[in-house]
Ligand binder design. Sequence first.
Ligand code: RIB
Length: 307
Amino acid sequence: MKILNLGSMNVDNVYQVDEFLLPGETKLSQGLSLFCGGKGLNQSIAAVRAGNEVWHAGLIGEDGGMLLDKLKENGVNTSLIRQVPGKGGHTVIQVNRQGQNCILLYGGTNRMLTHEIIDGIFDAFGSEGAVLLQNEINLLPYVIETAHRRGLPVFFNAAPMDAQVSECDLSLVDWLIVNEVEGRQLAGDCPEEEILSVLSRQYPSMSILLTLGSRGAVCLHQGERHTIGVCSVQAVDTTAAGDTFSGYFMYGVLHGLPIPDCLRLATAASALCVGRAGAADSVPLKSEVDQALAQGSLEVPLARREG
Ligand code: RIB
């Protein structure tokens, strides 16, 4: 099944630091690297490296040539990407000694979508396939409604969380992908262990993937709950680990794998991702993930069914 990802594309300016900057502080970084990123682009690369057919759509700016090249060289269909005047999406990312990051995002052309452009994208994509979305583009509520109206299942990663997510009709979403912070905000600040039950009471037909960072992930699908832990790996850079998880998990779901297998695949892929620097470039190939699973080199935990 082909995937339409109408999502952000960012140039990531990644600075190596000992510790994150504090308010009012100025300090020298230990290095600067430029990477292709954006939750949209990263998830397209993860989905295509996992083995899906992916069409990426969206707007790049005058500085977006490297983003287009990166998607093309990975085999993503880029016919629905337009280059428009203006500065494209970009970030300033600090990566500390522990491999953690903090990200300052500039939306740029990612946020210049119009209703006409969105309609044109859906017309060109057609009515077969699934839609993958994140919250780094504008007009997201309209995109979700359009996908649903056209009969396309919607996988929505509600990240980064902001006011636009509360304008979206989540009853039109088939799969919601959130981390614990996003999940709690959507579920009205309940305790973490109640996120899934609160959201599933509100949206009974929605499946939910809740990622918990270094504690693994929980999934609620068709009334069943599955949990998985993490592999222990030395983190180099956690950027795009969540995006890798989403892209690989979606591959599993679209290929009809049982949920525990989807979770193991996504867990192994994101473990390989955190061992490498960068965003899109750190997403592993499916052959690398399969090898790690077959050889047991990552010690990927088994997913457990709860309840
Ligand atoms: O999820 C990681 C991504 O978030 C980075 O590549 C950055 O561009 C931001 O969008």
